[in-house]
Write a protein that binds this ligand. Structure first.
Ligand code: DGL
Length: 267
């Protein structure tokens, strides 16, 4: 599993709960976080390097936990690599379409994700009559990562991003960035009780489980799986923030140099 940083730990946590018998290796590209403001070509190149590295470790399923990387690179990776690769966007789009009553769905995500129009395409393929309101939220992931979750700036930013969705009267909102589920209480207060917030992590974990099940690749029930981490930035900082995000033991962590990843290119 990989992500631009620590946000994908929300996905890892759901997978650890849903698939306790499996082993996980999580790569956080903290040295190049955030992906959201970057051009699609850069995100694709990073995703290609990381996917090639993880596949060289002989994994049975690759999960692109990062919404920006999924939007920029998932089909591109799937076309080029001989592996089972799943990601964000489709699983939670399906959940959102199943949930909405008024067929008005909001999406909050990074600039790269919104610009790719991945959510708009995925949602309209499932229900061509939907109204989709997509809102990019520059800086929001970085503010959450910095731990600044209760500052007046943060509250103002969240209200500002939520406004167009509220005005459009959406009844379902996809939290289309790994970090946003971490401010669910604030988002729920801003949107109100009648709006359903969709957390992609849960849907991705479900898809990972179904994929392994159908391929006959699940480990034996009752086994306790292990999990370990790689990161491209400062290891201590990763452990510090990562342990806060995961709220579980966070021991087996190794650094990996960006130049080492850059040698892994996808044709
Ligand atoms: N994992 C990224 C995402 O879901 C977090 C934000 C970023 O890297 O800009 O889009």
């Amino acid at each position: 599993m990989f992500d631009s940083g620590v946000g994908g730990l929300t996905v890892l946590h759901e997978c650890l709960v849903a698939l306790p018998e499996e082993d996980f290796i999580y790569l956080g590209d903290t040295g190049r976080f955030p992906y959201g403001p970057r051009p699609i070509g850069d995100i694709r190149a990073f995703a290609g390097q990381i996917a090639s590295h993880l596949l060289s470790l002989d994994v049975k399923l690759l999960v692109v936990a990062c919404n920006s990387a999924t939007a920029a690179a998932l089909p591109w990776l799937q076309e080029r690599l001989d592996a089972s690769i799943i990601g964000a966007v489709h699983p939670e789009s399906e959940a959102a379409v199943q949930t909405t009553q008024n067929r008005k769905i909001g999406v909050l995500a990074t600039e790269a994700t919104i610009a790719s129009r991945s959510y708009q395409r995925a949602l309209l393929e499932l229900d061509a009559g939907l109204q989709v309101v997509a809102q990019s939220c520059p800086e929001l992931a970085s503010m959450i990562q910095a731990g600044d979750v209760s500052s007046p700036e943060m509250v103002a930013a969240v209200k500002g991003y939520a406004n167009p969705l509220k005005e459009a009267e959406v009844d379902t909102v996809i939290l289309g960035c790994t970090h946003y589920p971490l401010v669910t209480p604030m988002l729920q207060r801003v949107f109100g009780r009648d709006v359903t917030l969709i957390n992609p992590a849960r849907e991705i974990a479900r898809q990972a489980g179904q994929t392994l099940e159908r391929k006959g690749a699940r480990n034996a029930a009752g086994r306790e799986g292990a999990y370990s981490f790689l990161c491209t930035g400062n290891v201590e900082a990763f452990v510090d923030v990562g342990a806060r995000f995961l709220q579980m033991p966070f021991d087996d962590v190794r650094g990996i140099e960006i130049p080492e990843l850059e040698r892994m290119t996808v044709a």
